[in-house]
Design a protein around this ligand. Structure first.
Ligand code: BGC
Length: 536
């Protein structure tokens, strides 16, 4: 080999070495990144852990807070609001009743023709209406005028099979899915916004019971301004507002019941099943209500109801306990939210937030451990871009190559990832949904414990003498909301954890049942049982 040949060989060897060194360095970097990604995930998973002993602490904390919230106004973060529903549907309701279900950009109007215990629901019809953007920033009068105009037009289409009684006003149940401090079954004032709404702190702080007639303005973030419409009514009596709009439209109708969606669900569930004692909503937001003994409510003022019991709207979204398993990701989600420091439980368990918790941890892994390569996919920075249905779809993916995960990553984050990364994405979904479902189970068991339905044979027979207490054969929890209905793994975790907490035998006395869209019908039924024409 000549000198030239030797030189070329040396250059070639050097290049090979350089390439090899580069590859080794890359491999080392990838390994380091992967270990870092795993470490971030493991830290997060450990922070989310819900071993049984911890869940039992959550159960007990829930019971303690329930007592505190019932003891006095503001006694706990759990509001334990009085619903003034001290009669639940019995099946004997008769006649034509309406409901209006309002909780976001859409509202639903419905009518039912009830025919007592034999005929039950003879006929029902409903319509869903979306509220035009322009009205969301208009005045409250405009908003209620729009709703009432739609309602009035719905009434004109009252077809065969619906029979209003001559000389009687039509009656309506109003489902309003936000925390309302009720002053009676047909009046109440919005306390605060949840599920992505916010009102100015300074003004919110001034809402006192004696100031409820004041009108407060509020603000929302642009990403959630679809919810802005309801800001108009903060601090006002929502029924008065609706009733006034009916007056302006010469609509001869009376709101006889104002109910939270949980209370509507409880009433709707009870209509078909006498053992329904608790209702839980697991959707965009989350909340629970249950039947409580009136004499177990120290903050109750005035005459106790004849039935001896009443329904309590817990507003459990604001439940707080140091035993809740929280991570730094939850802290930043809370800090960035429109209501920091508020709705702590809701932010761990409800459909509005689960997707964003997953997004946040993936973003951390992308930024600190190049999970999706050297550049972080820009969509990962967009709050709430990953929705809980996407989380459910990825979590349910059982294909060998995780096709659904590939699809969601491509569609939502405009990125792709190796199989091992896709697997870790599924693990993150599992951690987030698992924690949420197990906490919901702990919350439900907390309620059962409070009312003495958590152990075998623990049902207090004295409670059974009244209409509200059910028959006591079983305790049924009526569940509604997309998270429960459309997220099978979440449902399984929830049910399994309830059994773990209650023990097999006691769990046999409890049933969790889907009560789909029960809140609208429930409100109509409550309008019936609180009718101005009923003899009671
Ligand atoms: C609201 C509750 C409501 C729940 C479910 C929560 O954010 O505060 O009033 O029942 O969402 O819609």
């Amino acid at each position: 080999m000549g000198r030239m040949g030797v030189t070329l060989a040396i250059i070639g060897a050097a290049a090979t070495c350089a390439i090899a060194a580069h590859l080794v360095a890359k491999r080392v970097r990838q390994r380091a990144n992967w270990s870092r990604a795993l470490a971030i995930y493991h830290d997060f998973r450990d922070g989310c852990a819900t071993p049984l002993h911890r869940l039992r602490q959550v159960v007990d904390a829930m019971v303690v807070e329930m007592h505190a919230g019932l003891a006095l106004e503001g006694g706990s973060k759990l509001k334990m609001l009085l619903s003034y529903v001290d009669n639940l549907p019995t099946g004997e309701e008769n006649g034509l009743f309406y409901a209006l279900d309002l909780g976001g950009t859409n509202f639903r109007v419905l009518r039912v023709q009830l025919a007592g215990t034999e005929g039950r629901i003879l006929q029902q019809e409903y319509e869903e209406v979306s509220i035009p953007q322009a009205l969301m920033v208009g005045s409250n009068e405009e908003l209620f005028d729009f709703i009432v105009a739609e309602l009035a037009s719905f009434i004109t289409r009252e077809g065969e099979g619906f029979h209003p009684l001559l000389g009687r006003q039509r009656e309506l149940g109003f489902t309003f899915s936000f925390p309302v401090k009720q002053t009676s079954i047909d009046s109440g004032n919005l306390l605060k916004w949840t599920k992505g709404f916010a009102i100015k702190e300074t003004e919110y702080a001034r809402i006192e019971p004696q100031e409820v007639q004041r009108s407060f303005k509020c603000c929302t973030s642009t990403s959630w301004n679809r919810r802005a419409l309801l800001c108009h009514v903060v601090g006002k009596d929502v029924v008065e507002e609706l009733q006034a709009a009916m007056g302006r439209h010469k609509l001869d109708m009376r709101v006889t019941a104002l109910v939270n969606d949980t209370v509507g669900t409880l009433a709707g569930g009870r209509y078909w099943n006498e053992d329904v004692m608790v209702a839980v909503i697991l959707g965009t937001g989350s909340n629970a209500c249950y039947v409580e003994r009136a004499d177990a409510i120290p903050k109750w003022r005035g005459v106790l109801p004849k039935s001896g019991s009443t329904v309590i709207n817990m507003e459990w979204g604001s439940f707080w306990s140091s035993h809740l398993p929280r991570t730094p990701v939850d802290d930043t989600l809370d800090a960035d939210s429109l209501n920091p420091g508020d709705q702590g439980f809701e932010k761990l368990i409800s459909g509005m937030y689960l997707g964003d918790i997953v997004r946040r941890i993936l973003l951390k892994m992308a930024e600190e451990a190049a999970l999706f390569g050297n550049t972080v996919p820009s969509n990962l920075f967009i709050p709430f871009i990953l929705r809980t249905p996407d989380v459910s779809a990825m979590h349910a993916d059982e294909s060998a190559d995780l096709k659904e995960v590939t699809r969601v990553l491509r569609v939502v984050f405009k990125t792709q990832a190796s199989l091992r990364v896709r697997k870790i994405v599924v693990d993150v979904c599992d951690t987030v949904a698992g924690r949420a479902a197990r906490l919901v189970a702990a919350g439900v068991v907390g309620i059962l414990k409070k009312i003495g339905r958590d152990t075998v044979g623990n049902i207090d027979m004295a409670r059974l003498k009244n209409n509200l207490a059910g028959k006591g054969r079983k305790t049924v929890v009526a569940m509604d909301g997309g998270l429960y209905e459309h997220y099978p793994k979440f449902r399984t975790y929830l049910n399994d954890t309830a059994v773990e907490l209650l023990g097999k035998e006691a769990a046999e006395q409890v049933a969790v049942e889907l009560s789909k869209d029960g809140s609208g019908i429930g409100a109509a039924l409550l309008a019936a049982s609180h009718s101005q024409y009923s003899s009671d």
